[in-house]
Design a protein around this ligand. Sequence first.
Ligand code: 5AD
Ligand code: FES
Length: 349
Amino acid sequence: MTNYDIIEKLYNEKNLSDEELMQLIQTSEYDKKLFEKADSRRREIYGDEVYLRGLIEFTNYCKNNCYYCGIRRGNSNAVRYRMTKEEILSTCRKGFELGFRTFVLQGGEDPFFTDEKICQIVSEIRSKFPECAITLSIGEKSRDSYRAYFEAGANRYLLRHETASEAHYKKLHPHEMELENRKRCLFDLKEIGYQVGAGFMVGSPFQKAEDIFSDLRFLKKLEPDMIGIGPFISHRDTPFEKYENGSLELTLRLIAILRLLFPYANLPATTALGTIHPQGRELGLKAGANVVMPNLTPVEERKKYLLYDNKICLGEDSAQCRGCVERRAESVGYRVVTSVGNAKRPIEI
Ligand code: 5AD
Ligand code: FES
């Protein structure tokens, strides 16, 4: 089949054979048509609305040592910080006033934040902001921990699987980390009742088209509510310092494929995409993304939450980023809204 026909089929049937999907991942020939189809599917379901998530990077301590990540424990150049519960709450307050109705608490896997501390933070946010979604993004935990956070009031969880291929996973992580456990986490989270987000980096070292293919098939099994993808970007103080960044083109193509495979998923135009190209997030929206996640982290801390080099928004505060993403969305024909922004399921429309 030609790419043209494959895109038509994907649009109409929301799935493809293995050969067709591999071909689409690997060829750019009809990307423009692909983006148009993805945008039309996106508009069918989400209209011109762009959902906002306020990102609070509350700790950059991490016990893990992922080869790609700037806050890995082995990076002794990272200047470490933790926000207090009071700082987190006042950051939420500011975010609420700016129209945010989702708070994403993201951090390294920091043992200082015991389950008890996380539950205290979550339940205070829950009682002060009852109509808001609370998203956690704090890594691999036990099922019991996940359940405790859920009962404290968290309702979404982001945990990118990073790569669904066993061999590739081993090339990105030290031996003590297991893909199997990450997958276990994702299925536990779903079963507990969280809206779950998974995802992967595009163009991470050693990634092949086959690995991306496995990512898409794995996502089909998981059926997440959110799928976050962004280009790999090297960080100077990691073992992957010398590897090339992921490409804008492939990231956009994959956002569009995701929109057509998962019409109802929340798909963010990520900060990493905005970092590799000045209009990366706008292009992401045009390729099918419907979410942006501006940073609410206080400026002093955000300068230290460096997963990769040249991260954007280090000098801007939460109000500036809020205004900035609004203008950016409008510049390409969308509209930022302040609703809580749950993923729509067929039943709701
Ligand atoms: N480049 C791009 N994305 C990265 N992440 C971590 N390190 C990098 C990097 N160097 C992504 C991972 C992680 C998310 C929080 O950020 O996918 O899950
Ligand atoms: Fe932060 Fe544009 S989103 S400055």
